[in-house]
Design a protein around this ligand. Structure first.
Ligand code: PGA
Length: 233
């Protein structure tokens, strides 16, 4: 089981350090892999605060080129240098607000993996796509550009469930995860309004290998509770 906390644009370095020190002391279960994904500027503070623990620090994206004239971007090697263990790629907010496409996502994934970073690549349908019966086609398109790698994990995050309080039913998650696994044999995390109250039943689905948690990962107690729910699932 892997539980990853996506902080999005929350927590600067000082707050990240305080959070990570509290997470160290939260008594996280040993048999669950735990990862936090701070904003770029807070990566180093998180890495330092979590040094000597098994908790991994991931970035939220990285560029597909090694270096170059790409204002505002960060390379995989730079992430490696600050001690990040991996990165998210193609979160739906990147797709929605920053022009991420299936092709740019695939390029970022390839570069990050080649640099030795672990990658959590995000996929998922919008509400309109689900209502039009296109969920499977969307997943086939988004997953179809990726190749198997031992260090690649996919996060299934139905866009309509992100930050909305609406969660996919366990059966919906199981079905989507089965589709993804039939395309690529990698672990698949569920994401979208995961909370301490619903984590156990989502994580109990056989094709759910963990969770990517947004809002509920910003609070140490609720994030730790989700990590504990992963043990019993
Ligand atoms: P949420 O976000 O848990 O706040 O819905 C999940 C995500 O966007 O990764």
């Amino acid at each position: 089981m892997l539980i990853a906390g996506n902080w999005k644009m929350y927590k600067g370095p000082a707050e990240a350090a305080v959070f990570c020190r509290a997470l160290r002391d939260a008594g996280l279960p040993e048999d669950v892999d735990v990862v936090v994904c701070p904003p770029y500027v807070s990566l180093e503070a998180a890495v330092q605060a979590l040094a000597g623990t098994e908790i991994g620090v991931f970035a939220q994206s990285c560029h597909w080129e090694a270096e170059g004239a790409f204002t505002g971007e960060v390379s995989a090697a730079m992430l490696h240098e600050v001690g990040a263990y991996g990165t998210l790629v193609a979160h739906s907010e990147r797709r929605q607000w920053f022009g991420e496409t299936d092709e740019s996502a695939a390029a970022r994934v390839r570069t990050a993996l080649a640099e030795g970073l672990d990658v959590i690549a995000c996929v998922g349908e919008t509400l309109a796509e689900r209502e039009a019966g296109e969920t499977e086609a969307v997943l086939r398109r988004q997953v179809g550009v990726l190749e198997h790698d031992d260090n690649l994990v996919i996060a299934y995050e139905p866009v309509w469930a992100i930050g909305t309080g609406k969660t996919a039913t366990p059966a919906m998650a199981q079905e989507a995860h089965e589709t993804i696994k039939s395309l690529l044999d990698v672990p698949v995390l569920y994401g979208g309004s995961v909370k301490p109250e619903n984590a156990a039943e989502l994580l109990a689905q056989p094709a759910v290998d963990g969770a990517l948690v947004g809002g509920a990962s910003l609070d140490v107690d609720s994030f730790a509770a989700i990590c504990r729910a992963a043990v019993t699932s």
